[in-house]
Ligand binder design. Structure first.
Ligand SMILES: *Cc1c(COP(=O)(O)O)cnc(C)c1O
Length: 225
């Protein structure tokens, strides 16, 4: 199956209102070009340097999404062009995004990454930390940032019940935060959840953005780095 075939199959399985982020990390620009030629425009990368290098040689109308762990000192490398950051997990990174987006007079959409998975290694805010962070923002204005929703990475397990439950919890958190903090804010609309192995479960639980790599591009080649 070619990249174009994989994309076509995947797109055919996505209900209306669910967007596909093609996760191209660790894949060469040729693979991205192939997906682009097949009509894909949203791509996700998880390292600032790799993203900056790829972007330079690829078409301008690609919508880049950042999905990896993000340190505040990396924000300025991506703020001038990034469409959406899925992985904001601290007030520090949120404020840095505001600062760097303001410098280039852009608006950056961000998602708050929530840790629901059982693994210690997963990053993100706990639901309690997220609520506290939003409360602490109070009326602080972030004119160059749009908090557009939530993101999570489910536990890496074969237990589909557990995965589905985590997605369900993210949706419930989304609904309650929307009422609490975004009742009059039309920007808070996105739930980024679901990857190659679990995106159908995520869609069933209300995902609006699925982040799929392997199912489009095949296995990642880490040795080529
Ligand atoms: C790598 C990655 C993906 C894509 O994973 P696949 O299993 O290859 O689809 C999605 N989300 C995040 C945060 C990732 O790091």
């Amino acid at each position: 199956m070619s990249i174009a075939d994989n994309l076509q199959k995947l797109n055919a399985s996505l209900p209306e209102g669910v967007k596909l982020v093609a996760v191209s990390k660790n894949h060469p620009v040729e693979a991205i070009r192939e997906a682009y030629a097949a009509g894909q425009r949203i791509f996700g990368e998880s390292r600032a340097q790799e993203l900056a290098a790829k972007r330079k040689v690829l078409p301008d109308d690609i919508e880049w999404h950042f999905i990896g762990g993000l340190q505040s000192n990396k924000v300025k490398e991506i703020a001038p062009f990034i469409s959406m950051i899925h992985s904001v997990a601290s007030l520090k990174v949120l404020r840095e995004t505001e600062k760097q987006a303001a410098r280039t007079r852009r608006r950056v959409r961000v998602l708050l990454e929530i840790k629901l998975a059982a693994e210690e290694s997963k990053q993100g805010l706990t639901p309690e930390e997220c609520r506290a962070m939003l409360a602490s923002l109070g009326t602080e204005e972030l004119p160059h940032v749009r908090i557009a929703g939530l993101m999570t990475v489910a536990t890496n397990t074969d237990d589909t019940q557990q995965i589905r439950q985590e997605f369900h919890r993210l949706k419930l958190l989304f609904d309650s935060l929307k009422t609490e903090f975004f009742a009059e804010n039309p920007d808070f609309t996105e739930l980024s959840m679901g990857m190659s192995d679990d995106y159908p479960l995520a869609i069933a639980e209300g995902s609006t953005l699925v982040r799929v790599g392997t199912r489009i591009f095949g296995q990642r080649d880490y040795s080529a780095r």
